[in-house]
Design a protein. Structure first.
Length: 172
């Protein structure tokens, strides 16, 4: 596979270090998130088409319990892409409920015992936009993957069939 982005070499090295086979060679769309690099890579038919900086869970490591502020590790099919532009969320930071906290789109992931490394089931995990773009490139979320609103719009626009048949792999 031709590497188009400087971080692709790092991504390949990280996968090999963990003795994993890269799945970017799969047919169709595939998304790889490398948490410690704060990067999301989008591939189509094994060819890198985009990369984005992201925010991940406030705490490092694989998700172990509800509320632990960790992003789960595993291979997650996309369940749906939902309009989240009117959703509200209270981050318990004293600012109250914030409309548009999830940005324009929420890509819902299937995070169950068959897809998570921890063999646990989580709800509400996804990839979404943000009301706080300054959080990108940091550990800042309750467990989701967060992108700048422009980036989530571009990603959603590039995924056919509401993201169905797209796998999102999240590794440390």
């Amino acid at each position: 596979m031709e590497l188009r982005f400087p971080q692709d070499k790092i991504a390949s090295e990280e996968i090999n270090k963990k003795k994993k086979q890269p799945y970017a060679e799969e047919k169709g769309h595939y998304i790889l998130v490398i948490k410690h690099l704060f990067k999301l890579y989008h591939y189509e038919n094994g060819i890198p088409v985009a990369e984005y900086f992201v925010a991940t869970g406030l705490n490092s490591g694989d998700k172990q319990s509800v509320g632990d502020m960790r992003t789960p590790v595993g291979r997650f099919p996309i369940v749906s892409i939902e309009d989240s532009s009117t959703w509200e969320h209270d981050f318990n930071d004293g600012h109250g409920s914030i409309k548009g906290a999830y940005g324009p789109w929420f890509i819902r992931l299937m995070t169950n015992s068959d897809t998570t490394v921890s063999k646990q089931t989580w709800t509400g995990i996804g990839i979404h936009g943000t009301h706080a773009p300054e959080s990108i490139g940091k550990r800042a979320t309750e467990g989701c993957i967060r992108l700048k609103n422009k980036d989530i719009r571009d990603l959603v626009k590039s995924l056919p069939d509401n993201g169905i048949n797209t796998i999102v792999e999240i590794i440390e």
